[in-house]
Design a protein around this ligand. Structure first.
Ligand code: TRP
Length: 454
């Protein structure tokens, strides 16, 4: 592919929305609340915000600059910028991480499809909180239904990646993202107003450091990377389509702010409601799915039609947010196989989809039929999540920071971050300091401390 025939994103807003579309997804609305619930609430959120600012934002800029400078997929990017060096393994590890994430992410994305149907068919009307827990448990434990939904979700992703209708997606996200945001805001207000919601608000705002367990730093750091789509070359690939005048630092800040606001809003939906109806915040991956139906039910139960309509709308928007994320994951792996192994794009995409189908099926079964089979004390689903979000992404981020901060020619870094000197960037020195020292040392510290490496 030459520079000339690479597509560009249409507008400034398009650039931000496409990157935000990758970033905003189940990571914010499903994963962030359950991680926060498992790690003690407000204290976890504080650590998380620190990770977004100190590691997330600068590493996102680094990925952007690597992608735009090299104009290629993530593995080749390192080969171009650092020919003949082992840096290309950073790209390759990213591709593998993307493949593994897509496998279990599709499972949860599939759940949203079941919930669209259940809400639309009125299955949630007149139900009590315990019924929602039963519904979730019997659905997730079902031998084939969640597998079918995961397959449907993967196939939709596949078709979009092969047919290249991302343009349509880019256009529709301009409508979808604001709509999702407004709906989240409405639901957060409803949730906060539920009787008994106060404890949930306290859980979110009042840090209780005694609830913090030993794993909190690693989990918060992993969540920051996962939620911002960082550490595996996803945004690097997107940035290869950016224009020369795209302001990289500003785009990174915008994406980080949008992504973080969505996560915090999701927290304000889940925890007030969970405490109001007596759901334990440390439920694990089911938290969103057992809590949210209560918000629709309790706030709008008097008018079942409105409750069902809002619920269907919400799950559709959630599925679409997940879709813009699965597309970005699929694209990274497909582009890599296509460009590096001389496969046609559709063959490459078929390999990715097929592989994810098999792994996704195993992940899904590991929550139901295969519950008793564990590896290192985790189900396969949890193991995939742990290995990718808590190990591979931060490790990828560490290397990206080192690459940009120490290895890459300073002139290239400056040219890209300031658009060849046309942008006046007051915090340039700070960004470089974060990339050179703070991010690598911070990530290494968390690894050493929490994985007991020394
Ligand atoms: N960030 C997305 C979410 O929050 C998921 C995702 C898309 C992702 N691309 C990624 C996570 C790349 C890690 C790396 O749902």
């Amino acid at each position: 592919m030459t520079t000339n025939n690479r597509a560009n994103f249409g507008s400034k807003l398009g650039v931000i929305l496409a990157s935000a579309g990758s970033a905003v997804g189940l990571g914010n609305i499903w994963r962030f609340p359950y991680m926060t619930g498992e790690h003690g609430g407000a204290a976890f959120i504080l650590v998380y915000l620190g990770c977004v600012l100190l590691f997330g934002a600068p590493i996102m800029m680094a990925e952007f600059l690597i992608g735009r400078r090299s104009q290629s997929n993530t593995a080749r990017a390192y080969q171009k910028l650092a020919p003949g060096t082992p840096w290309r393994w950073v790209g390759r590890m990213g591709v593998l991480a993307g493949f593994l994430i897509l496998s279990y992410y599709s499972v949860v994305a599939g759940w949203t499809l079941e919930y669209i149907c259940a809400a639309g068919l009125g299955h949630f009307a007149d139900k009590a909180p315990a019924d929602f827990v039963n519904f979730y448990n019997s659905f997730v434990g079902h031998p084939w239904l969640p597998v079918v939904w995961a397959a449907v979700f993967l196939l939709i992703t596949h078709l979009i990646v092969v047919k290249g209708v991302e343009k349509g997606i880019e256009r529709s996200s301009k409508l979808m993202m604001p709509l999702l945001f407004i709906l989240l805001l409405i639901l957060a207000i409803c949730s906060v107003l539920l009787p008994g919601a106060g404890q949930g608000i306290e859980f979110l705002l009042k840090p209780d450091f005694s609830k913090v367990d030993s794993n909190v730093l690693l989990s918060a750091m992993g969540q920051a990377f996962f939620s911002l789509s960082l550490g595996m070359g996803c945004l690097c690939t997107y940035a290869s389509y950016f224009k020369p005048d795209t302001n990289l630092p500003k785009t990174a800040f915008s994406v980080a702010i949008i992504d973080t606001s969505v996560a915090i809003l999701a927290g304000f939906i889940i925890f007030p409601a969970a405490f109001a109806v007596g759901i334990q915040p440390d439920q694990g991956p089911g938290l969103l799915f057992v809590t949210l139906p209560n918000v629709f039910q309790q706030a709008f139960g008097g008018v079942p039609f409105i409750a069902a309509l809002l619920a269907v709308m919400f799950y559709i928007l959630l599925a679409l947010a997940a879709l813009t994320s699965t597309i970005s994951l699929h694209e990274v792996v497909t582009a890599y196989l296509h460009e590096e192994f001389n496969l046609t794009r559709s063959k490459a995409a078929r390999l990715v989809t097929g592989g994810c189908l098999v792994l996704g099926m195993l992940c899904s079964l590991s929550l139901g039929l295969g519950k008793d089979y564990t590896l290192f004390g985790m189900t396969l689903f949890d193991l995939f999540d742990f290995v990718t979000a808590k190990l591979m992404l931060p490790l990828g981020g560490l290397f990206i920071a080192l690459f940009t901060g120490w290895f890459l020619n300073k002139k290239i870094v400056r040219e890209e971050l300031t658009n060849r000197g046309t942008l006046h960037l007051r915090i340039y020195g700070l960004i470089i300091f974060l990339l050179k020292f703070v991010a690598p040392i911070g990530i290494a510290f968390v690894f050493i401390n929490e994985l007991k490496l020394l």
